[in-house]
Design a protein around this ligand. Sequence first.
Ligand code: NAD
Length: 273
Amino acid sequence: MKIEGKTAVITGAASGIGKATAEDLASRGAAKIAMVDITDNIADVTAEMNKKVGREVGQAFQGDVTNGDFRKEVYDTMCGKDGVVNICVPSAGIFRDRLSVMLDKETGEPDIYPVEMFHQVLEVNLVHPVYWALELVARMAHNRKVNGKKKWHPDETIQGTIVFIGSVASQGNKGQISYSSTKAALEGAAQTLMKESMFHGVRTAVIHPGFVDTPILQGMPEGYLEKYVLPDIQLGRLIRPEELADAICFLISNSAVSGELWCDAGWHPPAGT
Ligand SMILES: NC(=O)c1ccc[n+]([C@@H]2O[C@H](COP(=O)([O-])OP(=O)(O)OC[C@H]3O[C@@H](n4cnc5c(N)ncnc54)[C@H](O)[C@@H]3O)[C@@H](O)[C@H]2O)c1
């Protein structure tokens, strides 16, 4: 799908992969980009991007992606009276890492990963991406219906593309029971959406990043990256957010790609015990 002239919604756009993706889409000629994030920094990030590309392409939306009313408000604004959103990259994500079951050193009492924490990660990393994607598909389907269009035909060219941000942790990674589960589940959601939403001309893809140099890594235990990650990254360094953004734009632009793209610089979760 051609990026030029398209409307995009990017969540987690104030930082890291979301921010870099928005900038890349803007530089490739996207017409409008919703810059969605929970931090108030999103206004400055958007203003900076607009200044860099020399046009008012980005519009800042501050809010929590797990809030359904907020999601609808963003789409209402971006769709305008009778438009659609063509690109959705739900990049907002969190992790709450610890071992699934821990034993008290003294008493041997087991301590199970808190279910509230699991639900929190699930809401942000799985439910949010799926529902922000479904909102795109719903608007596209409705728009086609009111314009008298039925089943999408290849001659129309692709109308919309969704890219979910998975992770190498989707293969299972020690200490990441909730995070890994959500990232693996995105594959099932993407494959299902792909089968359903092509009826309306919308594709879905998943990118699985390795370790990308963004603020999310500041939550890692001290020394973890140096000891467990960097020695096994074939590239010898962390992946840059712009490299991820470029790969996401490739997934959007090249409609022949289906399924997953691993953008991991050769790092995979070790077997570990
Ligand atoms: N950086 C990596 O190494 C890496 C690796 C694999 C996957 N990922 C995934 O890539 C995505 C982006 O991560 P990043 O590295 O750019 O992280 P980041 O921390 O730089 O950016 C994440 C953004 O999401 C926003 N956010 C979090 N919760 C939110 C909420 N409830 N509502 C609205 N905004 C919210 C944060 O404010 C932040 O700006 C995430 O889904 C993450 O799991 C990152």
